[in-house]
Write a new protein. Structure first.
Lengths: 322, 322
């Protein structure tokens, strides 16, 4: 499933989303304009707005409110990436230089805030306090997830349940809001709204787990970041947690967290052990399980081409290599 | 006019605002809780929530929606301070250590985002999309003002009009929203709503101009930051702009922006010239002019004790020494 074919059913509206994003982020200050272009050109697959646009077809199709919703979600997502790059002190993202590496941290903080403000402005254009509430609940979940991740960095002794909770906030929440927001804009029934929420949430879990697997098995050039970068920055993800479960008493993660001085060597050991065992396959099975739940949620919806497209997105997410 | 007597007419609701803020910012993570306490204990005079609570009495008094509005505004204000301290790389604020100095920049970015999210959540509790729109318009104005200030730092050749425009976004916007938001929650007439907006906006301008004057004439210990710190970080405020107007061809600000190496000496010269001439008095006159406009706007409102309290706040703002 290519990205182009995922976009196809909503291609026209997706172009309106791009239009809306580039309009609101146009700045009078050339420097700000350049930073915004830098951030937005390095953009990804527009999965979240596509999901919102598809979900907004289960009920009354209202493009006038749906396009601002989808644009708001993508802008919020991009704003969080800008702040994440400051938080992680990243020099590159998807192989491109980050704003904080090219400019400075202060600019990135302000740029992210500016994009958040625009995302908030766009969400208000749905004219629905319910949709705005959904948006703010996601803000809370994402900000809380980020804080938790940072505050528990290098903390040994976390388990997979804490991991699931953390990525539910950090990632799945925005996917859930993309789908549920679309349903709400369309005035879908409660049953359909819940089904779309569940689809989005489980898809988001799948997405993040695949992301965390790719951090260990992905190609550095394709990913644009070094293998094992999460572990190196003290973040435990599913593969590391499974390794720790298998070797509770003695494993390189435990040593790495206790002795950051010899980080590189211990990290290399951890990566080798994870790649060498069935841990990545087991992680994939967990991701597939969430994907299956996403697909199962769709079964509450009428069997339309739009439903099929949402299912295809789930397949794309589980198969992606970058 | 002491701060205590300003609070008096809305004291009880102000305590509910404090309660609402401390409830929403309570965190399960002890470290986050400590950072929040650090930020909130170093808090100021609660001018903005007090204005919102007073404005919310011109119409139908609805504490259930008014308290979340006031809490949201104060939380948004505090969140911007947290990010400002990262942007300005400040070690202290109001004489207290900042979060970014005690923890690190990443924590401050996340903490600010987390507080923004809570502010957004609180504003939704007004159940009014109109009030939420007001809030997002302010977000845009504040974020835009900050970006403009940063991007034009050390740019010689700005004028007072650009300065007024910048502080209107950065500061006056939130004061305007405090007053206008209160009016909207109370369902005040259009005329009263506009009067309260104008009051808030002009009061905000007064507030910032006084702030910028204090940066030159204030007591370092009381302010908790060195004299002339704005100029040192390349920000032109009213006193510097007036100095430049009087000596367009040759002045220490021009030299300072061209030669940051000898910053300290040139800054001392600029401070002396500003303190020595009638520039600070002229700046005060401009501030008083905005204060007068704020008071004039109040005349559109019925002559009540609440109106008198709003006028007293304006007097406090112009007289404050820290």
């Amino acid at each position: 499933m290519s990205v182009a074919s995922i976009h196809k059913p909503v291609q026209q509206e997706l172009e309106q989303v791009e239009q809306a994003i580039s309009e609101v982020t146009r700045s009078e200050i050339p420097e700000v304009q350049r930073m915004l272009e830098m951030v937005l050109s390095a953009s990804g697959k527009r999965l979240r707005p596509t999901i919102a646009l598809l979900a907004g077809r289960f009920g009354e199709h209202r493009p006038h409110h749906l396009v601002p919703l989808a644009a708001s979600i993508e802008l919020l997502h991009t704003a969080t990436l800008v702040h994440d790059d400051v938080i992680d002190d990243s020099d590159t993202r998807r192989g491109q230089p980050t704003v904080n590496s090219r400019y400075h941290n202060a600019s990135s903080v302000m740029l992210g805030d500016y994009m958040f403000a625009h995302a908030a402005d766009l969400i208000c254009r749905t004219e629905s306090i319910d949709v705005v509430k959904l948006f703010t609940r996601t803000l809370l979940a994402m900000a809380g997830g980020e804080l938790t991740q940072d505050m528990t960095a290098y903390e040994y002794g976390q388990d997979t349940m804490q991991y699931f909770h953390r990525i539910a906030g950090k990632t799945a929440s925005l996917f859930a809001t993309s789908a549920e927001g679309g349903a709400k804009v369309a005035g879908a029934s409660e049953e359909w709204t819940k089904a779309l929420h569940d689809y989005g949430e489980n898809l988001g879990m799948t997405f993040q787990i695949v992301d965390d697997i790719l951090d260990f098995e992905g190609d550095e050039t394709e990913l644009g970041k070094p293998t094992g970068s999460d572990l190196m920055s003290g973040t435990l993800t599913l593969p590391s947690l499974l390794l720790m479960e298998r070797h509770p008493d003695d494993n390189p993660v435990k040593k790495l967290f206790a002795d950051k001085q010899n980080g590189k060597e211990l990290l290399a050991q951890a990566i080798l052990m994870i790649q060498d065992t069935s841990i990545l396959e087991e992680s994939h099975a967990v991701a597939r399980d969430f994907r299956d739940r996403a697909i199962a949620a769709l079964e509450q919806l009428p069997d339309t081409a739009n439903r099929a497209s949402l299912a295809e997105i789930a397949d794309h997410v589980i198969q992606r290599r970058s």
